[in-house]
Design a binder for this molecule. Structure first.
Ligand code: TYD
Ligand code: MG
Length: 461
């Protein structure tokens, strides 16, 4: 095959182009096309004759006659991981775990696989990034010097597949999918084509043998799983590590799960001896101010089934001719929208100001229920006046300035009351009935509009 036939593959969407362009023709992302060799055409039909045994013609049956077998699950015994997995690893399931380098992917998986091995299962840990000695060092550090987990330092796909076929483990970890390459492809290891093809082969092996395969994937600077999005549709479960490498806390979020709920999170603390589950995490993302400070507002976000209290910080400071809007852990486009709503409906102008907002602790808040807290934090910073002690707020704010209810508002309020918060400004529909005793100690101000919320806050000064 001619090596000179280059194709360009988009690192974002996996689309290809015959020549280099600044903009991907498929997804319109800029500077994402990277060069790779064209794959040989012959024998490339991976569902074709070469693997006929893997794809036999199946009988067509009505749904009612197909047995809906429950999935066989292997709980890892690490509660927070099992929670995001929906109860444990599923036989034949493929899990992709993504996250920044150094966040703890290898640590968590080694802990999980060791627990499974101890419970009598056959496991396999394929390491492509580290040597066996390095993995052994980690297991000593984790206090598992007697671990019986079989380790295979290997990066060639065919050899890995061979080992999987011969050992038939219950669970296999591939750390990481970016290091695996196949001889059958000419593109460079780590390229999109390699990662996609290797993941497809491993996925098919998982389905045909019943082995659960966990793929570790690195995240690129932009936050997409490198190799990238192309892997997400192939696998059953996509878990994502979040958190600040500077803080000890790590979140694992399920962003896709064919065997469980999405957006469920697991919370861990990185300790000297690996990751430990945090079973009562609601207050870990609050920073400890002894007295209230301007520009800080606590919100209750609902992650999966658990409410979490997160501090939203804002800093508003006079900016240059083109003021900056920056957000960490919150959506920037939404910030611009909220500033416009603040101006139009509450008369708070930040046009000539730099506005920075931050969700403390490296959490990513995706739900619009953060709107009210963001706006109150911004106003508080602008006025230089702190919100009252023990104050919380949540609720979505619409373009017309209306404050909309957040899902399961009462659960959020209960958590805040439990943690000793005193004052809450919430959407009217989320306010509890007058005689409800479970919010004792918490004074609740229901509001319909953003200007009303501002008024309430000014009245509390
Ligand atoms: P690691 O699992 O190697 O990260 P990843 O596989 O996601 O790249 O985790 C590396 C970090 O975790 C490293 O900075 C050291 C730290 N760590 C601890 O703090 N305690 C421990 O017990 C272990 C094993 C690692
Ligand atoms: Mg690693």
């Amino acid at each position: 095959m001619a090596k000179d036939k280059s194709i360009y593959t988009c690192t974002e969407c996996g689309g290809t182009s015959a020549r280099w362009m600044g903009k991907c023709p498929s997804c319109n992302a800029w500077n994402t096309l990277i060069e790779g060799s064209a794959e040989p055409a012959a024998g490339k039909n991976r569902f074709g004759s070469a693997h006929a045994s893997l794809a036999p013609t199946s009988e067509v049956l009505p749904l009612s006659q197909i047995e809906a077998a429950d999935f066989e699950r292997h709980p890892t015994g690490i509660d927070e991981l099992d929670r995001v997995l929906g109860g444990g690893m599923v036989e034949g399931g493929v899990v992709l775990i993504g996250g920044d380098p150094g966040i703890g992917k290898s640590t968590l998986l080694l802990q999980a696989v060791d627990a499974l091995q101890r419970s009598g299962m056959n496991t396999l840990y394929v390491t492509g990034e580290e040597s066996g000695a390095q993995v052994a060092m980690r297991s000593r550090r984790l206090g598992l010097p007697d671990s019986l987990v079989p380790v295979l330092p290997e990066i060639q796909l065919e050899k890995i597949l061979h080992t999987l076929q011969s050992r038939q483990p219950h669970i296999a970890i591939i750390d990481s999918i970016q290091t695996v390459y196949s001889d059958q492809l000419t593109s460079a290891p780590g390229s999109v084509a390699q990662v996609r093809e290797c993941a497809a082969h491993l996925t098919r092996t998982a389905k045909s043998t019943g082995t659960t395969i966990v793929l570790v994937g690195h995240v690129t600077k932009e936050g997409a799983l490198a190799g990238p999005r192309v892997l997400e549709h192939m696998v059953d479960t996509v878990l994502y590590f979040e958190g600040d490498t500077h803080s000890n806390f790590r979140l694992i979020r399920a962003i896709k799960n064919r065997f469980g709920a999405v957006n469920e999170i697991g919370v861990f603390a990185m300790t000297e001896k690996g990751l430990k589950g945090v079973s009562n995490p609601s207050a870990i993302f609050l920073s400890q101010h002894s007295e209230p400070v301007p520009g800080s507002c606590v919100m209750v976000t609902l992650e999966g089934s658990r409410p979490l209290l997160v501090e939203i910080q804002a800093l508003v400071d006079s900016g240059g001719p083109s003021p900056r809007r920056l957000s960490v852990g919150l959506e920037r486009d939404r910030l611009a929208m909220l500033l416009a709503v603040l101006h139009r409906h509450a008369g708070v102008a930040c046009m000539d100001q730099d506005v920075f907002v931050n969700a403390v602790g490296g959490v990513h808040i995706r739900e619009p229920a953060a709107d009210l807290a963001v706006m109150l934090a911004i106003t508080s910073s602008l006025r230089g006046k702190p919100l009252p002690k023990g104050f919380i707020a949540f609720g979505e704010v619409g373009l017309a300035g209306e404050v909309r209810p957040a899902p399961r508002g009462q659960d959020r309020l209960k958590e805040a009351a439990k943690l000793g918060f005193k004052v809450a400004v919430v959407p009217r529909a989320n306010a509890p009935k007058k005689n409800d005793k479970s919010f004792e100690g918490l004074t609740i101000y229901p509001v319909d509009r953003i200007e009303e919320a501002m008024q309430v806050v000014r009245g509390l000064d």
